[in-house]
Every structure is written in C-alpha cells, then in structure tokens.
Design a protein around this ligand. Sequence first.
Ligand SMILES: [Zn+2]
Ligand SMILES: [Zn+2]
Length: 270
Amino acid sequence: MKFWGVRGSIPSPGPETARYGGNTPCVEIRIGEELALFDLGTGARGLGDAVARPVEGHIFISHYHYDHLQGLPFFAPIFDSRSRFIVRGPTRDGRTVKDVISSQMQQPFFPVTAEMVFRAQLDYQPFAAGDIARIGEGVVTAIETNHPGGNLAYRIENRGKSIVYATDTEHGTQRDSQLLDFARDADLFIYDAMYTEDEYLGRAGSSKIGWGHSTFETAVKVADEARVGTLVLFHHDPTRNDDAMDELVRKVKKLRKETVAAKEGLVIKL
Ligand SMILES: [Zn+2]
Ligand SMILES: [Zn+2]
C-alpha cells in the first residue's frame, strides 16, 4: 500500500508540513494485480498523475466530506476513456454514491459536470456495512463508524493478510466494540489519530468532543485490544507541523513500538 494523502479536514501545504505531507486522504492498495483506492482527497491528484494508463481499478469512498472527495475532479485517469473504475461508497439520506458525486460536480462548485467530462467507464455501486466486494482473490468489507453524517471503515483481506482503513471516527460510543471486532488481528490498522487526548477534551485549546475524530491515546488502546500488527496514525491535524508530528510519534512509540505515522509516499508491503 502507498499513502498519497494523510492529512485531515483540509489540505495543509507548506514548508512546515512538507515531510509528512499536506494532502488529504488517499490510499492506494494493491490487492494482487488489482488496484484499489481508498478516498479521493487531494492526494488523488498525485496518484492519478503517477499511475500507468490505462487504469482499471476500484475506488472506495469512506464518506463525502470535502477532504475525502476533493481530489476527484483532478484525478487524471477519470478523464481517460480507456480507463475503468468501479466506484463504491455509502448511500446517505437516500443519495447514492453517484448522486453525491454528481451533485458535487456542478455549478457553482465546479465549472463542468461529471457527465460532461468524465470519460472513463464508471460503474457506481452503492456500498454499505455488511456488503462484500470481491477484488481478485481479495475481499473488502465495511462497518459504520461514529462520525457526523456517517463513515465507512473498510477491511481488506488478501492471501491471509489484512488492512483496516478506519479514518474519521470518534471514540466513546458502542460503535467502538464493533470497530474492535472489525480490526481484530489486522496486520495494518490505519486509524484516525487526529488529536491528543488533551486537545480532544479541551485541556489544550477548545474541546473537540463531537467533531467526529479520535486521539492517539485511543488509537493505541484499540490497536492493543484488537491485537493488530502495526498501528498507522492517520488523518493528521492540519495544524500539526512536521516537528510536532515527530514529537507525537516519539510519544506514541513509547506506548506502542509497532506504530508509524502515515506520510505521503510511505509504502508498506505485507
Ligand atoms: Zn476527514
Ligand atoms: Zn469526515
């Protein structure tokens, strides 16, 4: 797998964030010969420019907040008639993944519609908790996490290896035990570690309770309880610069050695 965007909520470009990266979520996972992308945040632009054409792949959207979809209109392979994608995402308030993407790509938000300019063959498939997508020999499943408007966490299994992509989730509800079961024994556990506990509870700055995100302390707890292999801190706060990220990683590694922070360009092979 390769990380193309790791930042939460809003892009945070600039020299202060250059090492970890300022693009919003986009994760590439190769399942055997198959290409699967998880979220199309602004990191999707770099991926789209780098990938060999034509592209055949699977796109999974966790939810439709800007930071997870904003790279779509700049994802070059989608304008290439030789490319083909199955685009999966949750249905929200009766609106399917196709409806949501169509409504984002229109005036006055964007100058042209998806129907006008997307040339790739697109097969939109609503995806929900409990559904199964078979990709090559691999399997992708999902659960709902605790996030305003909903969010799907995905589990990817292939040849005895597993990755859980659990971005945008707030701890402290009964959904936690579902996530614990869902993440059980995963080799890689990518988790929303946007805040520190102090930030979350309002001991440093204003309280973030109810904003839909979690903390590195919870990340460690869930990772340990679910007995995952490597914990990957993800959805970094846009205000956390590289030095602060280094500091955070040092702290977390004292609690759990098998932890890394997601960085743009980071490749993990299982
Ligand atoms: Zn987000
Ligand atoms: Zn969100």
